[in-house]
Design a protein around this ligand. Structure first.
Ligand SMILES: NC(=O)c1ccc[n+]([C@@H]2O[C@H](COP(=O)([O-])OP(=O)(O)OC[C@H]3O[C@@H](n4cnc5c(N)ncnc54)[C@H](OP(=O)(O)O)[C@@H]3O)[C@@H](O)[C@H]2O)c1
Length: 209
């Protein structure tokens, strides 16, 4: 797959690197540091990253979403996988919640794109560890949601490529639950004593395997 990365920081830099290692063609973009983009690998402007991309990863602070999208240009028909959470400037609280979500607000900004919410529920610090452990039988879960079946299929593949077990949580409005769930994960990852390399796994009981 050809993947354009919009926002090449902690999340975009790591996920893009992992997908490149998994064999995808990745174009990094939207960092203030040309040096950083160079180090990551193939890079360009957001417009170049979006051009011909089978999927785009949106991994910028909520305050940068409009600018990143503007720079990406026409994203009609594109699959946009977003890990961006609608946090305030201080990253202390969600500015959209309960009756909507960042993912739904994003979908309204780009009504012709196909938005999938994924990867926002895990800390960036765990991503390489999950990738390294991808051959183990028990993989950590990763919830994702979206309204378009074919783009969700692409997102599920990208989730598997990182080493997670994709858990389809349903339509995009379920991001109203997954986004606040991330604050719990962040609490456990960053406020505990055991470090931020944290993932989660859902187990089901009472059903035949
Ligand atoms: N970090 C996590 O563990 C985590 C986990 C789940 C969800 N998220 C969400 O994922 C999104 C990305 O988070 P992140 O931690 O990857 O952020 P980050 O490390 O700050 O990366 C954001 C990227 O946007 C770029 N950018 C370009 N112009 C910018 C500007 N004017 N101001 C600020 N940044 C600009 C940054 O550039 P530079 O390279 O020059 O800094 C950087 O490459 C956020 O919405 C966050 O809530 C993060």
């Amino acid at each position: 797959m050809r993947i354009g990365i919009l926002g090449s920081g902690l999340m975009g830099g790591k996920l893009g690197t992992i997908w490149a290692r998994a064999g995808h063609e990745v174009v990094f973009s939207y960092s203030r540091s040309e040096q950083k983009l160079k180090k990551l690998g193939r890079h360009g402007t957001p417009r170049e990253a979006a051009h011909d991309a089978d999927a785009l990863l949106l991994a910028v602070h909520w305050s940068r979403v409009d600018d990143a999208l503007k720079q990406a240009g026409d994203v009609a028909g594109k699959v946009i996988v977003s890990c961006s959470l609608p946090m305030n400037a201080g990253d202390t609280e969600l500015v959209i919640a309960h009756t909507s979500s960042g993912a739904e607000a994003l979908a309204k900004k780009v009504p012709k794109a196909r938005v999938v919410s994924a990867f926002g529920t895990v800390p960036s610090e765990v991503l390489f560890g999950v990738f390294e452990a991808r051959r183990r039988a028990r993989r950590p879960s990763l919830v994702y949601c979206g309204d378009d079946a074919s783009s969700k299929k692409i997102a599920a593949q990208l989730i598997r490529d990182v080493g997670f077990d994709p858990v389809d949580a349903g339509p995009l409005r379920i991001a109203r639950y997954t986004e606040p769930f991330t604050l719990l994960i962040a609490q456990l990852a960053y406020e505990g004593d055991e470090g931020p390399e944290l993932a989660y796994r859902f187990e089901r009981f009472g059903r035949k395997a």
